[in-house]
Design a protein around this ligand. Structure first.
Ligand code: TYD
Ligand code: MG
Length: 463
């Protein structure tokens, strides 16, 4: 007995970053992984036995099954919002867990309340647990949305034990369970305040287990950090089946619902909504939404033909260049695009094309609150920058696409011909991009360019 006790390792202290979930063995002001400040919190120590545990006996036998055994996916439950279903890959899968992230105030609770009401009106059991708002607040929102009559079971609660006890006592498990938000939930079996990594993880684990055992579709609302990651708990992303993010600028009307991970479907379809006075409206043809609607071409504006899943979306990119008189460090500000990518593009324009941005402030904006991550947008951004610098509008009704390499080459993009065809359908008649794209349509004349320098000549020179 004595030997055993002496060989039991002293539990080590560990500190967990509340932003990314990484573990460190000493406290630091800044997380070494995600570089957030003051996010390390001491976690309850795991008991560590160094004593050899032989796990090769004493367990239950695990059953092996064939891959082709029947037992297909249970039928999906439509949410009543076609755009939500589209982003999910065709509705909610019973027994699955979905994490929905997004900036505060973007409309997560509104979206879920609308979906919950539609499903409840179709006669299915729906439970909506709000940990952030009082029931009166949720009721007010429901009244504003015209959903007060929907038989949604609404509760304000934060204790997971209370929630699961209550759900277990219902005659039938609900079809949909919404937890708004997982950061407000608390489990009395775990130490720590709500929102800490161990609480979030533990609560999510219990809720997901309930969902799987009872065939309930579970939606967990998750907060996001400043840089847009779903807060905390990176670990949560591994625990759930689907991770979705609800994006947009709060000052703009449009919202995009995007799946970042989906164990039951593709992740390239988006759902597009417009926030109106009476809730989220679905936008089923988003192709022209992110254009500013001006007919006159303006310097510094370029249109990029984006593809979201199966739908084309034309996006306007706006650049503004301000020459500085003094030697102050010039600002670079970006909305809707990656600032690292902008820095790279500016560096390539400087070193390969001889343009000088070093004494100029550069502002870049993707219109309408759209967020671009497609590398094929490089050329459209470059065209907007060059056009702003030369103060020369780009040709009217033109689209720009292509990826830029560090060597200044214009690289091919996915679905080039499809993008051009879709742009042509929407009334665009000129395209510029990598040379290997076959001009997808007779109504659009396409110029293939090999190098970024050719693009500069094309825009600045009169060719
Ligand atoms: P909400 O769903 O509470 O956001 P989240 O849960 O993501 O924090 O949405 C809040 C915002 O939406 C709020 O700023 C007001 C706006 N809104 C409308 O414009 N119209 C509406 O009908 C509703 C319900 C909200
Ligand atoms: Mg909310």
């Amino acid at each position: 007995m004595f030997r055993l006790a002496s060989r039991m390792a002293k539990p080590k202290k560990r500190y967990v970053c509340q932003a990314c979930g990484s573990v460190s063995h000493r406290w630091q002001g800044q997380c070494a992984d995600c570089a957030e400040w003051n996010t390390l919190v001491e976690d309850a120590p795991a008991t560590v036995f160094s004593m050899k545990h032989d796990l090769s006996s004493g367990g239950r036998a695990v059953e092996f099954v064939d891959l082709d055994k029947p037992g297909a996916l249970p039928t999906r439950q439509p949410t009543g919002l076609a755009e939500f279903d589209r982003a999910l890959g065709g509705g909610l899968v019973p027994g699955s867990a979905i994490l929905l992230g997004g900036d505060p105030g973007i409309g997560k609770s509104t979206l879920l309340l609308q979906a919950a009401a539609k499903i409840a009106r179709d006669g299915h059991g729906v439970v909506y647990v709000s940990g952030e708002e009082a029931t009166a607040q949720v009721r007010m929102r429901a009244a504003r949305l015209g959903l007060s009559d929907a038989p949604v079971k609404l509760a304000a609660a934060t204790g997971v034990r209370d929630i699961l006890t209550t759900l277990g006592a219902l005659d039938a498990a609900p079809k949909l369970l919404v937890i708004d938000s997982i950061q407000t939930m608390h489990s009395d079996t775990i130490e720590g305040a709500p929102g800490t990594v161990s609480q979030v993880r533990g609560c999510a684990f219990e809720l997901i287990r309930f969902a799987k055992e009872n065939g309930v579709a579970l939606v967990l609302v998750g907060h996001v950090t400043k840089d847009g990651n779903i807060a905390g708990p990176r670990v949560l992303e591994h625990m759930v089946d689907v991770v979705m993010s609800f994006e947009g600028e709060r000052s703009h009307q449009y919202r995009i619902l995007r799946a970042l991970k989906n164990r039951f479907g593709a992740v390239d379809e988006i759902g597009v909504f417009a926030m109106a006075g009476d809730g989220l409206e679905e936008v089923d043809n988003p192709s022209m939404l992110f254009l500013s609607g001006r007919d006159e071409p303006m310097a510094g504006s370029a249109v990029f033909p984006a593809i979201e899943g199966t739908r084309p979306v034309l996006v306007e990119i706006q650049a503004l260049i301000v020459r500085l008189q003094s030697g102050a460090t010039p600002r670079r500000a970006v909305v809707g695009w990656d600032s690292g990518r902008l820095a790279m593009l500016l560096a390539v324009l400087e070193s390969r094309c001889g343009l000088n941005f070093s004494s100029a402030e550069v502002y870049l904006n993707v219109a309408g609150g759209y967020r671009l991550s497609d590398p094929a947008a490089d050329i459209a951004v470059a065209a907007a920058l060059i056009s702003a610098m030369a103060d020369k509008p780009l040709p009217a009704r033109s689209v720009w696409l292509g990826e830029v390499s560090l060597a200044g080459e214009i690289r091919p993009v996915a679905h080039g011909a499809l993008r051009l065809r879709e742009a042509a359908k929407l009334g665009f008649d000129r395209g510029f991009g990598p040379s290997d794209v076959k001009g997808g349509s007779s109504s659009l004349s396409y110029d293939g360019l090999g190098q970024l320098a050719n693009l500069v000549d094309r825009i600045i020179g009169n060719s």
